[in-house]
Design a binder for this molecule. Structure first.
Ligand SMILES: Nc1nc2c(ncn2[C@@H]2O[C@H](COP(=O)(O)OP(=O)(O)OP(=O)(O)O)[C@@H](O)[C@H]2O)c(=O)[nH]1
Ligand SMILES: [Mg+2]
Length: 356
C-alpha cells in the first residue's frame, strides 16, 4: 500500500521546487522517496526523477504534430497518459515497495479543477492501492489582496471537490510575503479562513459593483468550512517537517524508521514486509495519533518568522548554520583521525574551521 502525494497548483506556485525539497528532506530522514514527473513541459527537472512522462509523450511533439498551442497540447498529453495508463502502472511497479511517491503535475489549473484526465488517473492509482493526498500549492502573495484571496479560496475548494482526495491547501513561498507590503489581517486570519465577513470593506473598496457577489462567494466558502491553509517556505526545514506531518496525518501514513535509528523495544515488527504494512506503535503514537505541534505549526509563529521578526530570525539562523557547519567539520575530522589511528598510512585530518 504505497503512500504519496499529488502535487498540484497554479503555474509557478512552486510544485517542482517542493518535490525537490521533499526529496532532500526524506533522503536526510532516511525515508525512501520517488518522484514521478507528470508534466510533459518540465524541461529542467530539478529533482532526481524516477519516472518521467516525457519518455511517453512530449508537449513539443504534440504541438508540432497537431498544430495545438501549449495549453491544448497539455490537455492532449494528459488524455494520452490516461489512455496509456498501463505505461505508468508498469513503471510504478518497478519502484521500491517502500517508496513514498510524489506526482508532480503540470500547472494548468483546469487539470485539477475540471478536466477529467488527472482525476481518472488518480482514481486508477487509488484503485491499485495508492493512498494519496492532494497537496494544492497557492502562491502566498495572493493573500495580500482581498479579491485575489477570494479567488484562491474558490480555486482551492474547486480542486478539493474535483480531485476527491484528502486535501491539503498550502500557501507557498511564505518567506517572500514581506515583499508585498503589510497584510490587512494577521496571517492566521487567512490560513484558518475564520470570519470572511471582515473582508467586506476591502472587497467593497476594490470592486464596489461586485461586492455583494464576492460576499456571497465568501459565505459559500465558509458554509463548506473545508478550506484552510498550511504555509510553506521550502528551504525552511521546520516548515517542511510540519507540512510532512500534516500530510502524513491526512493519508494515515505511519513511517517505520529503519532499525538502525533505534526504537523502544517491542514497538517495531521486525519482519521484512514493506514498512507500510508493519505496525509500529511508537511511530503511530508520535505521528498519526500525535498532536501536530512544532515551531512552524502555528500561523502566529510563521508570521513572526517571516513577517514580524524576519531579520532577527535570519540573523539567528545564520549563527546556527555556522555552528552546525563547525560541528560537521569537527565530526569529519574526528572520523578521519580515528581512521588514521587504525591505519597510520592514511592522509592527515584537515584542520577544522574552529581551529583555523
Ligand atoms: N523564495 C521561495 N521561492 C520559491 C519557493 N518555492 C518555489 N520557489 C521559486 O518559485 C519559482 C517557480 O517554482 P517551480 O517549482 O518551478 O514552480 P512550478 O509550480 O513547478 O511551476 P510550473 O511547473 O511551471 O507550473 C522558482 O523560481 C522557485 O525557485 C519557496 O518556498 N520560496
Ligand atoms: Mg513544475
Amino acid at each position: 500500500m504505497p503512500f504519496g502525494e499529488v502535487v498540484c497548483g497554479s503555474p509557478g506556485s512552486g510544485k517542482s521546487t517542493y518535490c525537490y525539497g521533499k526529496h532532500q528532506l526524506f533522503t536526510a530522514l532516511n525515508r525512501p522517496i520517488a518522484i514521478v514527473n507528470l508534466d510533459p513541459a518540465n524541461e529542467n527537472i530539478p529533482y532526481p526523477c524516477a519516472i518521467d512522462v516525457a519518455s511517453l509523450i512530449k508537449l513539443e511533439d504534440v504541438m508540432n504534430e497537431f498544430g495545438l498551442g501549449p495549453n491544448g497540447g497539455m490537455l492532449y498529453c494528459m488524455e494520452y497518459l490516461e489512455a496509456n495508463y498501463d505505461w505508468l502502472e508498469d513503471r510504478l511497479k518497478e519502484l521500491d515497495k517502500d517508496d513514498y511517491v510524489l506526482f508532480d503535475l503540470p500547472g494548468q489549473v483546469e487539470l485539477s479543477t475540471n478536466h477529467p484526465s488527472v482525476k481518472n488517473i488518480i482514481k486508477k492509482l487509488t484503485k491499485s492501492g495508492f493512498r494519496l493526498a492532494a497537496v494544492h500549492l497557492c502562491d502566498a502573495h495572493y493573500v495580500t489582496d482581498a479579491s485575489k484571496y477570494v479567488s484562491v479560496l474558490m480555486l482551492s475548494l474547486r480542486a478539493m471537490l474535483h480531485l476527491e482526495l484528502p486535501h491539503v491547501n498550502v500557501l507557498s513561498k511564505i518567506d517572500l510575503i514581506h515583499q508585498y507590503g503589510d497584510l490587512d489581517f494577521n496571517l492566521d486570519f487567512y490560513t484558518e479562513v475564520q470570519d470572511l465577513s471582515y473582508l467586506e470593506n476591502l472587497l467593497t473598496q476594490q470592486s464596489p459593483r461586485y461586492a455583494a457577489l464576492n460576499m456571497a462567494i465568501c459565505s459559500l466558502v465558509e458554509d463548506f468550512g473545508l478550506v484552510g491553509f498550511e504555509t510553506l517556505a521550502v528551504e525552511d526545514k521546520q516548515s517542511m517537517l510540519h507540512l510532512t506531518h500534516v500530510i502524513d496525518k491526512a493519508t494515515g501514513c505511519v513511517f517505520v524508521p529503519p532499525d538502525s535509528v533505534g526504537q523502544p523495544p517491542d514497538t517495531v515488527d521486525a519482519s521484512d514486509k514493506p514498512s507500510t504494512q508493519r505496525p509500529n506503535t511508537y511511530a503511530l503514537m508520535t505521528s498519526a495519533a500525535g498532536r501536530i505541534r512544532g515551531p512552524r505549526s502555528d500561523a502566529r509563529d510563521v508570521q513572526e518568522r517571516w513577517i514580524d521578526a524576519r531579520e532577527e530570525w535570519d540573523a539567528w539562523e545564520k549563527v546556527q548554520w555556522r555552528k552546525e557547519g563547525v560541528q560537521v567539520q569537527e565530526e569529519a575530522a574526528r572520523q578521519k583521525s580515528k581512521i588514521r589511528e587504525r591505519n597510520p598510512a592514511a592522509p592527515p585530518a584537515e584542520k577544522t574551521a574552529s581551529t583555523t
